[in-house]
Ligand binder design. Sequence first.
Ligand code: FAD
Ligand code: NAD
Length: 406
Amino acid sequence: MRKPKIVVLGAGYGGLMTVTRLQKQLSHDEADIVLINKNDYHYETTWLHEASAGTLHHDRVRYDISEVINRSKVNFVQATVEDIKTEEKKVFTSEGEVEYDYLVIALGAVSETFGIKGLHEHAFMIANINSARQIREHIEYQFATYKNEEEKKDERLTIIVGGAGFTGIEFLGELGNRVPELCKEYDVDPKKVRIVCVEAAPMILPGFDPELVKYARAKLEKKGIEFSIGTPLKEAKADSVIISKGEDEVEEIKAGTIVWAAGVRGNPVIEKAGIENMRARVKVEKDLRAPGHDNIFIIGDCSLMINEEIDRPYPPTAQIAMQQGEVCANNIISLLKGNDEGLTAFTPDIKGTVCSLGEDDAIGLVYGKKLMGTKASFMKKVVDNRALHMIGGTSLVFKKGKFKFF
Ligand code: FAD
Ligand code: NAD
């Protein structure tokens, strides 16, 4: 008898949690498991701000997928997913077509540009290993070029960060530590460097605990970071950004580096596949299946779930993607066993949020308790190591974990 075929798209937090749980619970003759991912490595999306700033080498942020999958049970295909034809139960990739009986879409997010002019052309996005490496190298290039040009252009040393959500703030925290190192390395006067964060909302980290936000802003300002609050970025150009300072007033800030970190949308493959979505995210059923598609599960940043307590979507996080991966694997196993009625309803178990402000500083709300400084920073590293442990066990924690606590 033909074995049912489970195809998992994306080896991020959601995809790898699903596959590692499936390989543990299913025997060879129960199903064929196929994992498709663009690269032969997984990267910790949650550490990309560090690789982008250059405070952590990009190789520390990634590991080979072969380290965590059981090759005798999982067929790994390195390919880019281009489309899905749900009526034919087929995935189209750069390396050919793949048929499925059960599909898990865990392709993560892309940056949301809200149609703002010039962002795709002139801004960098903290999106993956390649973009992180490019941001780090570009900033270094600006420092090197500044020192080597006859007529000094100080604006070359200005870095604009668009968005003061968690990604923007974590990146600023790293820059606050990295820029003094770069100044030493390239013999640049630190007073020549400007780091400006442009935020549309009236505060940084909108909606987060005000006391913690105040602490974060003060600590970042102490590192020389400037905030332009309530001033949405309207346009990016080759060497500047235009920000709005009221109804008719705009300001142009000259800069050598523009990094856009102002939100995400789901993977464009979702839109191409014609699955009903909102900004490429699918409002999934409680059992994580796409409405109207009994054999398709959508998890992680491609999924959207409403927090009924506040009637707003849960923010897309690794914490939720990993929890969904576990439930998704269990629900597929239930379906394989013909137990269609026994699917588990997914409820996020939010343990907290910790936002790093650089190597040794952070803020956090964990189980309702406020944390700041080294305690929060310690907690952030515990969270980072826990994610490694859940997918690759103790050996992966020893290989890739963060142990410099103070
Ligand atoms: P991902 O983990 O991003 O994985 C998607 C995978 O799909 C990747 O391997 C990618 O290469 C692959 N892929 C994409 N497109 C294709 C394609 N077409 N074909 C084949 N493969 C493809 N969340 C937290 O909970 N805590 C944090 O501290 C935190 N920090 C963050 C810091 C930063 C800088 C950023 C950017 C995000 C952070 N997040 C954090 C959010 C978190 O990273 C995401 O919610 C999480 O990565 C989503 O998991 P996922 O499995 O959906 O996607
Ligand atoms: P976000 O949506 O959380 O924040 C985006 C920020 O950009 C907002 O403050 C918004 O007001 C601002 N913005 C939007 N348009 C703008 C404009 N035109 N000009 C200036 N500012 C503008 O997005 P994010 O920070 O990219 O985070 C994405 C997801 O990843 C979120 O769900 C977040 O919770 C998660 N994340 C979590 C952590 C953590 O837990 N430590 C870290 C990073 C990201």
